[in-house]
Design a protein around this ligand. Structure first.
Ligand code: ATP
Length: 235
Protein backbone atom coordinates (compact mmCIF):
# COMPACT_ATOMS: atom_id res chain seq x y z
CA UNK A 1 0.00 0.00 0.00
CA UNK A 2 2.70 2.43 1.03
CA UNK A 3 4.85 1.67 -2.01
CA UNK A 4 1.91 2.09 -4.43
CA UNK A 5 0.98 5.38 -2.80
CA UNK A 6 4.53 6.73 -3.06
CA UNK A 7 4.99 5.72 -6.65
CA UNK A 8 1.57 7.15 -7.49
CA UNK A 9 2.55 10.46 -5.97
CA UNK A 10 5.85 10.46 -7.89
CA UNK A 11 4.05 9.70 -11.13
CA UNK A 12 1.49 12.45 -10.54
CA UNK A 13 4.29 14.90 -9.79
CA UNK A 14 6.22 13.84 -12.87
CA UNK A 15 3.19 14.17 -15.15
CA UNK A 16 2.42 17.57 -13.62
CA UNK A 17 6.04 18.68 -14.21
CA UNK A 18 5.89 17.52 -17.83
CA UNK A 19 2.58 19.23 -18.49
CA UNK A 20 3.82 22.48 -16.91
CA UNK A 21 7.02 22.28 -18.97
CA UNK A 22 5.03 21.55 -22.13
CA UNK A 23 2.53 24.31 -21.51
CA UNK A 24 5.23 26.87 -20.63
CA UNK A 25 7.08 26.13 -23.88
CA UNK A 26 4.28 25.63 -26.33
CA UNK A 27 1.35 27.66 -25.05
CA UNK A 28 2.62 30.58 -23.03
CA UNK A 29 5.76 31.36 -25.07
CA UNK A 30 5.33 31.86 -28.77
CA UNK A 31 9.07 32.34 -29.36
CA UNK A 32 12.14 31.37 -27.37
CA UNK A 33 15.61 32.58 -28.27
CA UNK A 34 18.75 30.91 -27.00
CA UNK A 35 22.33 31.88 -27.86
CA UNK A 36 21.29 33.88 -30.93
CA UNK A 37 24.14 35.81 -32.51
CA UNK A 38 23.86 37.79 -35.76
CA UNK A 39 27.18 38.39 -37.52
CA UNK A 40 29.06 41.09 -35.63
CA UNK A 41 25.82 43.03 -35.25
CA UNK A 42 24.24 41.81 -32.01
CA UNK A 43 23.80 38.89 -29.63
CA UNK A 44 20.54 38.16 -27.85
CA UNK A 45 20.33 37.29 -24.18
CA UNK A 46 18.11 34.22 -23.57
CA UNK A 47 14.58 35.48 -23.99
CA UNK A 48 11.03 34.41 -24.53
CA UNK A 49 8.20 36.23 -26.22
CA UNK A 50 4.92 35.17 -24.62
CA UNK A 51 1.70 34.62 -26.55
CA UNK A 52 -0.78 37.50 -26.62
CA UNK A 53 1.85 40.03 -25.54
CA UNK A 54 3.42 43.18 -26.96
CA UNK A 55 7.20 43.34 -27.25
CA UNK A 56 8.85 46.63 -28.19
CA UNK A 57 12.34 46.72 -29.74
CA UNK A 58 14.25 49.91 -29.10
CA UNK A 59 17.71 51.09 -30.07
CA UNK A 60 19.56 53.49 -32.35
CA UNK A 61 19.27 53.42 -36.12
CA UNK A 62 21.26 50.56 -37.67
CA UNK A 63 21.54 48.49 -34.46
CA UNK A 64 19.61 45.57 -35.95
CA UNK A 65 15.92 45.92 -35.01
CA UNK A 66 14.68 45.07 -38.52
CA UNK A 67 17.14 42.17 -38.69
CA UNK A 68 15.77 40.86 -35.37
CA UNK A 69 12.19 40.96 -36.70
CA UNK A 70 13.25 39.18 -39.87
CA UNK A 71 14.80 36.37 -37.81
CA UNK A 72 11.38 35.56 -36.39
CA UNK A 73 9.78 34.66 -39.72
CA UNK A 74 12.92 33.22 -41.32
CA UNK A 75 13.42 36.12 -43.72
CA UNK A 76 16.92 36.20 -42.22
CA UNK A 77 18.34 32.76 -41.37
CA UNK A 78 19.49 31.97 -37.83
CA UNK A 79 23.18 31.17 -38.19
CA UNK A 80 24.09 30.89 -34.50
CA UNK A 81 21.87 29.79 -31.63
CA UNK A 82 18.30 28.61 -31.76
CA UNK A 83 14.85 30.15 -32.03
CA UNK A 84 11.85 28.02 -31.21
CA UNK A 85 8.32 28.84 -32.27
CA UNK A 86 5.39 27.18 -30.49
CA UNK A 87 7.88 24.82 -28.84
CA UNK A 88 9.56 23.64 -32.05
CA UNK A 89 12.75 24.86 -33.74
CA UNK A 90 11.94 27.62 -36.19
CA UNK A 91 14.29 26.12 -38.76
CA UNK A 92 12.00 23.06 -39.01
CA UNK A 93 9.04 25.22 -40.02
CA UNK A 94 8.05 25.60 -43.64
CA UNK A 95 8.89 29.27 -44.39
CA UNK A 96 5.78 29.88 -46.53
CA UNK A 97 3.40 28.52 -43.89
CA UNK A 98 5.36 30.30 -41.15
CA UNK A 99 4.97 33.68 -42.90
CA UNK A 100 1.21 33.13 -43.04
CA UNK A 101 1.22 32.81 -39.26
CA UNK A 102 3.99 35.29 -38.45
CA UNK A 103 3.20 38.24 -40.69
CA UNK A 104 5.58 41.14 -41.18
CA UNK A 105 4.56 44.71 -41.94
CA UNK A 106 7.44 46.52 -43.61
CA UNK A 107 8.49 50.06 -42.74
CA UNK A 108 6.57 51.42 -45.74
CA UNK A 109 3.41 49.47 -46.58
CA UNK A 110 3.58 47.64 -49.90
CA UNK A 111 0.50 48.15 -52.09
CA UNK A 112 -0.41 45.43 -54.55
CA UNK A 113 -3.50 46.74 -56.34
CA UNK A 114 -5.51 49.82 -57.41
CA UNK A 115 -8.69 49.07 -55.45
CA UNK A 116 -9.11 49.10 -51.71
CA UNK A 117 -11.24 45.92 -51.81
CA UNK A 118 -8.55 43.99 -53.74
CA UNK A 119 -5.88 45.39 -51.47
CA UNK A 120 -7.66 44.04 -48.40
CA UNK A 121 -8.24 40.67 -50.06
CA UNK A 122 -4.57 40.41 -51.11
CA UNK A 123 -3.56 39.41 -47.57
CA UNK A 124 -6.19 36.63 -47.46
CA UNK A 125 -5.01 35.35 -50.85
CA UNK A 126 -1.41 35.26 -49.57
CA UNK A 127 -2.55 33.51 -46.39
CA UNK A 128 -4.65 31.04 -48.42
CA UNK A 129 -7.74 31.96 -46.42
CA UNK A 130 -11.37 32.12 -47.60
CA UNK A 131 -12.15 35.57 -49.02
CA UNK A 132 -14.32 37.69 -46.70
CA UNK A 133 -17.47 39.44 -47.95
CA UNK A 134 -17.80 43.23 -48.25
CA UNK A 135 -19.46 43.53 -44.83
CA UNK A 136 -16.43 41.95 -43.17
CA UNK A 137 -14.06 44.18 -45.15
CA UNK A 138 -15.98 47.29 -44.06
CA UNK A 139 -15.84 46.20 -40.41
CA UNK A 140 -12.07 45.71 -40.75
CA UNK A 141 -11.76 49.27 -42.11
CA UNK A 142 -13.90 50.62 -39.27
CA UNK A 143 -11.69 48.86 -36.72
CA UNK A 144 -8.69 50.84 -37.98
CA UNK A 145 -10.69 54.05 -38.24
CA UNK A 146 -10.42 54.26 -42.04
CA UNK A 147 -13.51 55.81 -43.63
CA UNK A 148 -13.03 54.86 -47.29
CA UNK A 149 -15.03 53.23 -50.08
CA UNK A 150 -14.00 49.74 -51.16
CA UNK A 151 -13.61 51.07 -54.71
CA UNK A 152 -11.13 53.83 -53.73
CA UNK A 153 -7.57 53.77 -55.06
CA UNK A 154 -5.23 53.19 -52.08
CA UNK A 155 -2.28 54.73 -53.93
CA UNK A 156 -3.97 58.10 -53.29
CA UNK A 157 -4.18 57.56 -49.53
CA UNK A 158 -1.94 59.46 -47.13
CA UNK A 159 0.95 57.64 -45.41
CA UNK A 160 -1.09 57.19 -42.22
CA UNK A 161 -4.11 55.92 -44.18
CA UNK A 162 -1.95 53.43 -46.09
CA UNK A 163 -0.48 52.22 -42.80
CA UNK A 164 -3.96 51.68 -41.32
CA UNK A 165 -5.02 49.91 -44.54
CA UNK A 166 -2.01 47.59 -44.10
CA UNK A 167 -3.16 46.90 -40.52
CA UNK A 168 -6.69 46.07 -41.71
CA UNK A 169 -5.20 43.74 -44.35
CA UNK A 170 -3.21 41.93 -41.65
CA UNK A 171 -6.22 41.77 -39.29
CA UNK A 172 -8.16 39.88 -41.97
CA UNK A 173 -5.34 37.32 -42.28
CA UNK A 174 -5.88 36.08 -38.73
CA UNK A 175 -2.13 35.76 -38.03
CA UNK A 176 -0.90 34.49 -34.66
CA UNK A 177 2.01 36.96 -34.56
CA UNK A 178 2.59 40.30 -36.24
CA UNK A 179 6.02 41.86 -36.74
CA UNK A 180 5.92 45.60 -37.34
CA UNK A 181 8.89 47.67 -38.42
CA UNK A 182 8.37 51.22 -37.17
CA UNK A 183 4.63 51.27 -37.93
CA UNK A 184 4.27 54.93 -36.96
CA UNK A 185 7.42 56.29 -38.62
CA UNK A 186 6.77 59.70 -40.17
CA UNK A 187 3.20 59.92 -38.79
CA UNK A 188 1.79 62.49 -36.39
CA UNK A 189 1.33 61.63 -32.75
CA UNK A 190 -2.47 61.21 -32.94
CA UNK A 191 -2.16 58.71 -35.83
CA UNK A 192 0.57 56.95 -33.86
CA UNK A 193 -1.82 56.71 -30.92
CA UNK A 194 -4.54 55.19 -33.14
CA UNK A 195 -2.09 52.62 -34.51
CA UNK A 196 -0.78 51.71 -31.05
CA UNK A 197 -4.27 51.26 -29.66
CA UNK A 198 -5.09 48.92 -32.57
CA UNK A 199 -1.99 46.88 -31.68
CA UNK A 200 -3.08 46.84 -28.05
CA UNK A 201 -6.51 45.47 -29.09
CA UNK A 202 -4.80 42.81 -31.20
CA UNK A 203 -2.79 41.58 -28.20
CA UNK A 204 -5.97 41.56 -26.09
CA UNK A 205 -7.72 39.47 -28.74
CA UNK A 206 -4.97 36.83 -28.95
CA UNK A 207 -2.27 38.06 -31.33
CA UNK A 208 1.38 38.40 -30.36
CA UNK A 209 2.73 41.78 -31.42
CA UNK A 210 6.43 42.58 -31.83
CA UNK A 211 7.38 46.01 -33.05
CA UNK A 212 10.45 48.10 -33.61
CA UNK A 213 9.83 51.74 -32.84
CA UNK A 214 11.56 55.00 -32.04
CA UNK A 215 8.37 56.30 -30.38
CA UNK A 216 8.88 57.65 -26.87
CA UNK A 217 5.28 57.54 -25.68
CA UNK A 218 4.20 53.89 -25.54
CA UNK A 219 1.25 54.48 -23.19
CA UNK A 220 -1.44 53.70 -25.79
CA UNK A 221 0.16 50.27 -26.35
CA UNK A 222 -0.72 49.22 -22.80
CA UNK A 223 1.49 46.66 -21.05
CA UNK A 224 4.63 45.91 -23.03
CA UNK A 225 7.96 44.17 -22.54
CA UNK A 226 10.80 46.29 -23.88
CA UNK A 227 13.95 44.85 -25.43
CA UNK A 228 16.82 47.26 -25.81
CA UNK A 229 19.72 47.01 -28.26
CA UNK A 230 22.75 48.36 -26.44
CA UNK A 231 26.41 47.88 -27.36
CA UNK A 232 25.73 44.82 -29.47
CA UNK A 233 23.56 43.05 -26.90
CA UNK A 234 19.78 42.75 -26.90
CA UNK A 235 18.49 42.39 -23.36
N1 ATP B 1 20.99 41.38 -45.62
C1 ATP B 1 21.95 42.07 -44.98
N2 ATP B 1 23.25 41.71 -45.10
C2 ATP B 1 24.21 42.37 -44.47
N3 ATP B 1 24.00 43.46 -43.72
C3 ATP B 1 22.73 43.86 -43.55
C4 ATP B 1 21.64 43.20 -44.17
N4 ATP B 1 20.48 43.84 -43.83
C5 ATP B 1 20.86 44.86 -43.03
N5 ATP B 1 22.19 44.87 -42.88
C6 ATP B 1 22.96 45.80 -42.04
O1 ATP B 1 22.69 45.44 -40.70
C7 ATP B 1 22.64 46.64 -39.90
C8 ATP B 1 21.33 46.68 -39.14
O2 ATP B 1 20.26 46.97 -40.00
P1 ATP B 1 18.76 47.02 -39.51
O3 ATP B 1 17.94 47.47 -40.67
O4 ATP B 1 18.42 45.72 -38.89
O5 ATP B 1 18.83 48.13 -38.37
P2 ATP B 1 17.64 48.94 -37.65
O6 ATP B 1 17.94 48.96 -36.20
O7 ATP B 1 16.32 48.38 -38.04
O8 ATP B 1 17.80 50.39 -38.25
P3 ATP B 1 16.69 51.57 -38.44
O9 ATP B 1 16.23 51.97 -37.06
O10 ATP B 1 17.47 52.65 -39.12
O11 ATP B 1 15.59 51.01 -39.31
C9 ATP B 1 22.82 47.83 -40.82
O12 ATP B 1 24.17 48.22 -40.74
C10 ATP B 1 22.51 47.25 -42.19
O13 ATP B 1 23.24 47.91 -43.19
Amino acid sequence: MVIRGASGQFLTGFVLYLSMKYSSESQQDLFRLQGVLVRDLFSVEPMSIPCESITVLQGPSGCGKTTFLRLLNRMTPVEEGEISYKGRPLKERDPVQLRREVVMLAQRPVLFTERLRDELLAGCLLADRPLPDDGTLKRALKAVNLEKSLTDDPRRFSGGEQQRLALARIALMDASAVLLDEPSAGLDSSTEEVIFSILSQWAASGKTVILATHARDLSSLGVVQTRIFRQGVVS
